[in-house]
Design a protein around this ligand. Structure first.
Ligand code: SGN
Ligand code: CA
Length: 516
């Protein structure tokens, strides 16, 4: 009898232990990283935008944390994703310019996740020119990808065409992968969206959604770039660079089979919907108005906003779909959800679209994260963090050790609201010049209060901005009386960052300046 009692008690204790251990095991979270393309924080209502409502992104932010100063190290697509994968600056991971091939022979953080028992997948836009290691499943758009009826490339390097709208298809493929995943293992999934990249082709259901809205011109729309030589020479204005036909679809050519044409392969239904909206309505209005000068530029701005924000509507709706999927499948509690863009974007500020500059709208990117039970709903983070910190943070969140070679730092403690020592500057270096937008290369730092930048290439020029007084970066303080001490302190800090980042190219330029 005693033995039976003993056995029973052992059995009972082990059952009790197993029950207690389960939630602990559950705490190793799944992660979904939703990464869009060129989605400006100025277009997200959680960031205070009045341009559009983004209820799904706002849902992540309000149930978790929002980062107000998440900068990137090199404001362009492929390089930003290479930084995410490696946790290293562009000059170390080798991917400085778009349209190059990512060196797949280097370590990527998803391999560490795999070693730690995660199953990993990347679905949608990747834009690395090569398929990296570290993913159990890949189904990605080749290059920039297409908005309608896009091709995808899978892990076996096979091309498969899907009919429909890219943002919907990416969500559908993500759900399909989640449905057939190995439920024994935790997962890490990147959902890479093409939206809201140029040429901003909205989903058919969103065509015309913003037609009756008059968007206010940003206060810097007619910026004359005084004191900023690089800004004077760029080729990314709504006025001169934005194309009526390709970007704004005025008398677009739906039937051309020659060269690149986003309408190639449209179904008859898709063609009719586009023709009815852009030809019969938009182009007709354009012809009737016969605009020129400021009236034309301002019309272009309205059209740009209408298409950009309509494209973003599908993005937000699809993020909502994925959040609902997590709810419906009992996954929400144990899945970290992140929404971020590869960089920021100009929505008419300085008269621009595109990105690249170290100025605020393209330097900063949206980043919201939900982690039930760990990040308190409504958390706001003002510290300057960077996409260099994304890989270390993801490793930290999943309980995976961070390799010493990574150049970023986990900001999980900041998300948890813990008091922690945090770096005082983020280092930036942009390279791609002159094509496609004539933005010269430059490097610099962003601290809580200042941006200091050194442009090189066609012209050598320094720029300094006081972000607190001049968030629009209009007033270049470099060389102005009274700023000598601030400049020398910031230059010393820049040098420290360059040395730490092991950026020899920038160091040579900086040392050259000092020896002049
Ligand atoms: C294309 C766009 C550019 C854009 C780059 C990089 N031109 O070249 O406007 O800056 O991509 O974008 S387009 O006429 O082809 O749309 S990124 O998102 O890949 O960095
Ligand atoms: Ca991009």
């Amino acid at each position: 009898m005693y033995r039976i009692l003993c056995l029973l008690s052992i059995l009972f204790t082990s059952v009790a232990f197993a029950q207690k251990a389960a939630p602990q095991g559950k705490r190793r979270p799944n992660v979904i990283f939703i990464l869009s393309d060129d989605h400006a924080y100025q277009a997200i209502s959680a960031y205070g935008s009045k341009l559009a409502q983004t209820p799904s992104i706002d849902r992540i932010a309000s149930q978790g944390a929002i980062l107000y100063n998440n900068v990137v190290t090199n404001s362009i697509c492929g390089p930003s994703r290479a930084v995410l994968l490696t946790g290293k600056h562009s000059h170390i991971n080798g991917y400085k310019l778009n349209e190059k091939q990512f060196d797949v022979n280097q370590p990527v953080f998803s391999e560490q996740l795999q070693q730690n028992g995660y199953q990993t997948a990347w679905i949608g836009k990747m834009h690395l020119g090569a398929l990296p290691n570290g993913f159990d499943y890949l189904n990605v758009l080749p290059g920039q990808g297409q908005y309608y009826n896009p091709d995808f490339i899978n892990s076996k390097n096979e091309k498969v065409k899907y009919t429909g709208y890219v943002t919907d298809i990416i969500t559908q493929l993500s759900e399909e992968w989640l449905n057939k995943r190995d439920t024994v293992k935790p997962f890490f999934l990147v959902v890479g969206h093409k939206a809201t990249h140029r040429e901003w082709l909205p989903a058919i259901e969103d065509l015309g959604y913003y037609d009756n809205v008059n968007f206010p011109l940003p206060p810097t729309f007619y910026d004359e770039y005084i004191g900023r030589i690089a800004a004077q020479k760029q080729d990314m204005t709504i006025d001169k660079t934005m194309r009526l036909k390709e970007d704004l679809k005025v008398h677009a050519d739906y039937d051309s089979e020659t060269g690149y044409n986003p309408y190639n392969g449209f179904t008859p239904e898709q063609k009719t919907a586009f023709y009815n909206y852009y030809e019969k309505k938009v182009s007709k209005e354009f012809d009737e108005k016969n605009l020129s000068g400021k009236a034309l530029v301002e019309w272009k701005y309205q059209r740009y906003m209408q298409d950009y924000l309509a494209t973003a509507r599908s993005l937000d709706r699809n993020i909502g779909k994925l959040l609902d999927y997590l709810d419906q499948h009992g996954l929400a509690e144990n899945t970290v959800v992140i929404y971020a863009s590869d960089q920021g974007f100009y929505l008419g500020e300085h008269g621009w679209f595109d990105k690249r500059f170290i100025y605020e709208q393209s330097l900063k990117t949206p980043f919201v994260i939900r982690y039930p039970g760990v990040i308190k709903p409504g958390t706001k983070v003002d510290a300057v963090v960077s996409n260099l910190d994304w890989a270390p943070t993801l490793l930290n969140v999943t309980g995976t050790s961070v390799p010493a070679q990574m150049q970023g730092q986990s900001f999980l403690p900041l998300l948890k609201g813990q008091k922690t020592s945090w770096k005082s500057a983020a280092y930036y270096h942009y390279y791609e010049y002159p094509m496609p937008h004539n933005v010269p290369p430059h490097f610099g730092i962003r601290t809580e209060q200042y941006t200091l930048a050194r442009f090189y290439g066609p012209d050598n020029a320094w720029e300094l901005y006081d972000i607190k007084k001049d968030p629009q970066n209009l007033n270049n303080l470099y060389g102005k009386k009274g700023y000598e001490k601030i400049i020398s302190t910031l230059k010393a800090q820049l040098k420290k960052e360059i040395v730490q980042a092991k950026d020899n190219e920038a160091l040579k330029i900086l040392d050259g300046d000092i020896n002049e």
